[in-house]
Write a protein that binds this ligand. Structure first.
Ligand SMILES: [Zn+2]
Length: 300
């Protein structure tokens, strides 16, 4: 990659910090080369040689983040999720008024804001993978072994590859019920969690995975796990899990990944000369909320 040729050892002043330095900082903690095949990571919009006026780190580079960056005088957004998940084909701005993600791209371009995405290269990093298990004080057993399902049933596979889905396997020394654990987890997210399965199930072996965890169900079954804690599960995946006796705690995709935003900001803080007042983390509320019949929203 071209940006890898820049000399990181130079004693850069803050006003000479370039977009490429932000890329290098993210790359040194979360190598872009570790991203899954086809994932749209790196500099998605902008010029690597632009001088950095300020950086906003966020989960999603939406219109809100662009407005916030402008308000803060920042001209670089580093988001966890790519603005778009497939590669660019046609980008015709005459038709973008109401479409996502084109309108985001158009807004960033016209505001002269560079957009960097650090997605699966962060998801697969040890710090990200271990976040929830360490937070909940579980005992780490190791990465969740990948499985193959071509034979019509899940079977453990010998070797893990770089682009295998990520998940971690944990053990709890003081087994507690699903309901108890769910309440503990909700205490950390500050938001209600969704729970699938019998609340009295005693939990000893757990899988954690940030983001979308539905794909981890066959692996969790092969690993004899009692529970998966993840950002979200599709309904039919959850049904399959519950029918097999596997329980689930759903944190909300965004809430499960907000710690990753802090990790990205930390990498930029540690590896560049950026002034503290030029590095911002977007303080965005979660995208969703829970409302009960006849009640006010319980977690606004
Ligand atoms: Zn995600």
């Amino acid at each position: 990659m071209a940006f890898a040729e820049v000399d990181l050892t130079k004693d850069a002043q803050d006003d000479s910090l370039k977009v490429v330095d932000i890329l290098l900082a993210v790359d040194s903690s979360f190598p872009f080369a570790h991203a899954f095949d086809g994932d749209q990571v790196g500099l998605l919009i902008g010029d690597a040689n632009t001088t950095v006026k300020g950086v906003l780190v966020t989960l999603d580079a939406g219109l809100g983040a662009i407005a916030r960056a402008q308000e803060l005088g920042a001209n670089v957004i580093v988001s966890h999720h790519p603005v778009r998940f497939n590669s660019f084909g046609h980008f015709n701005v005459t038709h973008v008024a109401n479409t996502y993600p084109e309108r985001i791209l158009a807004a960033a371009l016209s505001a002269d804001i560079a957009v960097i995405a650090a997605h699966t290269n962060v998801d697969v990093a040890e710090t990200a993978r271990r976040y929830w298990g360490d937070k909940l004080d579980f005992e780490h057993l190791g990465p969740l072994p990948a499985v193959i399902t071509e034979l019509g049933f899940p079977r453990a596979r010998e070797e893990q590859t770089a682009s295998d889905p990520y998940g971690e396997l944990w053990h709890v020394n003081n087994p507690r019920s699903l309901n108890q654990l769910a309440a503990e987890v909700a205490g950390f997210t500050g938001s209600p969690v969704r729970v699938f399965g019998d609340g009295e199930t005693m939990i000893e072996t757990i899988v954690t995975a940030t983001g979308s965890g539905g794909g981890r169900i066959p692996e969790a079954q092969v690993a004899n796990a009692d529970l998966i804690i993840s950002g979200e599960f599709g309904y039919h995946a959850a049904l399959a899990a519950v029918e097999s006796g596997l329980t689930l705690i759903e944190l909300g995709h965004d809430l499960s990944e907000l710690p990753l935003v802090d990790f990205i900001a930390e990498a930029i803080h540690v590896r560049t000369s950026i002034a503290d007042d030029k590095l911002h983390i977007e303080d965005r509320p979660k995208l969703w909320r829970s409302v009960s019949a006849g009640a006010k929203p319980i977690d606004d």
